[in-house]
Structure formats: C-alpha cells, structure tokens
Design a protein around this ligand. Structure first.
Ligand code: TRP
Length: 363
C-alpha cells in the first residue's frame, strides 16, 4: 500500500506553538525521516470561510502568512506539495456526493463541531451556517481526494478522521469498490503535545480566545506571555503540582535534555526538575525563566527563517501555484474514479450512450 500523508490548516491567522507541537513538528519529522509516496500540505481556505463568510479578506491575507510559517518550521518544497483548497475544483464535487452518505444527526453529534459551535457564538437568530455544520464532510473530501492514509493532526481532529473513515466505508460498501482509503491520525510526541493549553490555562490554544504564543513572536513578546501564565498560589516551600501546571505542560511538550545543559545545569533533565518542584522550594519565577529560554531556543531559528523567507515572496507564490496544479491532477483522477464507481461518469466514454441506444432499440 502507498503511504500518502496529508494535512491542512485554516488560514485565519498565524500558526502558534499549539500547531507546532500538535502537528507541524510531526509533519517535518515525517517529511525528513519516513518513507512516503507523497506529502501534501493544504491551506484550507474554503474551510476557513465556513465561519468567516463575511470576511474573505481575512482569509486571503493569511494565505501567505501560513505559507511563511510552513517554510519557517522546515517544510521543504522539494519534499512537500503545498496546495490551496479553494483552487482544487474536484473537492466541492466530491463533498456533494459524500453528503448523501452522512445523516444530519451524525454530523451534529461530531464532538469537535459541537465544541466549535459553542465557541463561535454564531448569530442567535440565523443559527449555524449549513456550510459550517458540513465541514467534516468537505474535510473527508480533502483527505480521500488524495487517498491519504496518514494525517498528522492534533487530537481535536480525531472525530473528523472518524467521520472520514465512516464515509470511506459507506462509499466502498454501497458502490462495491475499494477505491477509497481509510486514514489514521499521526498524533504529537506526548499527550501535552496533542492538545496544548492556552497561556490562560484554557484547554485549547486558540486565536479566537487570544491565548496563543505565535511562531513569529519576538523574544520580548514571548517573555511577556510566559510571565503572564497564571500559576497556583502557594508558599515557596509547599509542594508544587507538576501535573496541572501550564508551565510544566509546555516544558513537557518542548524541552529536551540539552536545554538543561544550556540554561539550567543544576538539573540534568525534566524528571529532576519536576521532582524538585513537586517537593517544594522551587519558585514559579525560575520555571518561567527556564521555559522562556527553552521556547526562545526553539522559536528563534523559526523566526529567523521566516524573516529570510519573506524576502522570497514571488518564489513562494510559484511554489503554491505549482503545488496546487499537481493537487488538482490528483484530485481530478480520484473524482473520476468516484463518479465511475457511482455510475455517473456519463461522458467519460461511450458506454452510457451505447447502453441507452441498445436498450431502446429493443423496444
Ligand atoms: N480542520 C483542520 C483544522 O482546523 C484543517 C483541515 C482541513 C484538515 N482539511 C483537513 C486537517 C484535512 C487534516 C486533513 O486544523
């Protein structure tokens, strides 16, 4: 079987450290270390419009921002195909046929859609846009159009992949085919990486909540944000709670042994620091200082590469355009197979015409 990797992000703003540990870092690792036949990274602008219909300019403005974030973290145009969702014309058509395979209650039961509806605060009078409720179906089209089987995403996307697998099974069963491929999530390094909380302690780091550290943040901004992280009040000598501390959650997602050597030689690794904190006597100020050093060490090369990349906009535009052309070819092929399996590829050859002529000539 082929290994096709695909993932996507909505261009609604800059990518942040939650995206980085949840998915970007895994994509770069897979790009450089695993065997695969194709790796697609899609800018999901059409999906972004499902809750930004009144603000397309915001989406347009963020396409290049997201491309710069991608290149800055080390995604390499030689190895990765970048593409723009709304320009891949087969996707909405595939979505249309999948819509018949999903029931309305099943859609609205999707836990990610449910939480997002709660967070978005859609207009009370008009309610949830149909396009928004259906985005898991269009996401299934994104994935299956490329026959992707490996999807590096954050844990919150698992319900989307489950829905995709259900559509794949329904399609293959009903149309007696095996053209569609089941996908699985490639999750981050550890449980903290899969769902990084916001700097305010909220369960999810999200631009709409305003609790993000962005990949392009300057050191002084990172420092301010790290210092603003709320910690449980306690006396210095009292035991600290490592499990529920946002500071330690970030450290578990980011720090490596080398960071101790570089910035905190009193401890050899995170286990030792955690033990000291749990015992008591280690203040949050010191942990914050270390966390800042670690984040800054990880983010500085990304920030610098991003600045460098922003001097090459024409080349980046070309990379996205070429990638989108390639993606269109792949998705068109799959659409063709889908229509054939459904028996609605009327004009791809003469068989429909011949069949009809024969049928009526016998009457
Ligand atoms: N829903 C994803 C997100 O919000 C973005 C996305 C769109 C996606 N299409 C996809 C992710 C296909 C993986 C595969 O982050």
């Amino acid at each position: 079987m082929k290994n096709i990797i695909l993932t996507a992000d909505r261009p609604t703003g800059n990518l942040h450290i939650g995206h980085f540990v949840g998915s970007l870092r895994e994509r770069v690792r897979m790009q450089n270390e695993t065997e695969y036949d194709d790796l697609f990274v899609m800018i999901a602008d059409a999906q972004a419009l499902t809750d930004n219909a009144d603000n397309p300019q915001k989406i347009r403005d963020n396409v290049m921002e997201v491309m710069l974030d991608y290149l800055a973290v080390g995604l390499d145009p030689q190895k990765t195909t970048f593409c723009l969702q709304s320009e891949i014309t087969a996707l909405p058509e595939i979505t249309l046929y999948y819509m018949n395979l999903v029931s309305l209650p099943r859609l609205l039961r999707n836990p990610t859609v449910k939480t997002e509806i709660g967070m978005r605060g859609f207009d009370k009078n008009t309610g949830v846009p149909v396009g928004f409720a259906c985005y898991p179906i269009s996401q299934a089209a994104d994935i299956t159009a490329f026959k992707a089987n490996l999807i590096p995403v954050g844990e919150d996307q698992e319900p989307m992949l489950e829905q995709t697998r259900e559509i794949v099974r329904a399609f293959n069963r009903i149309y007696k085919t095996d053209i569609l491929v089941e996908c699985k999530a490639m999750l981050g390094r550890n449980k903290e990486s899969m769902r990084l909380p916001g700097t305010d302690g909220n369960a999810k780091m999200s631009k709409s909540i305003g609790n993000c550290i962005y990949l392009c943040d300057e050191p002084d901004v990172i420092k301010k944000k790290v210092n603003s992280i709320a910690t449980a009040p306690r006396k210095l000598e009292e035991p600290g709670d490592v499990e529920n501390s946002v500071l330690f959650t970030y450290l578990r997602a980011f720090c490596e042994d080398k960071h101790f050597e570089m910035f905190y030689p009193e401890y050899a690794n995170l286990k030792e620091l955690e033990a000291a904190y749990a015992k008591g006597g280690l203040g949050d100020g010191k942990v914050k200082k270390f966390l800042f050093d670690v984040l800054n060490d990880v983010l500085t090369p990304i920030r610098e590469r991003r600045k460098e990349m922003s001097k090459h906009i024409p080349e980046i535009l070309e990379i996205l355009k070429k990638g989108t052309q390639k993606a269109n070819q792949v998705a068109d092929n799959t659409l063709h197979e889908i229509k054939r399996a459904m028996g609605i590829d009327y004009y791809s050859d003469n068989s429909f015409a011949e069949e009809q002529i024969k049928k009526y000539s016998n009457k």
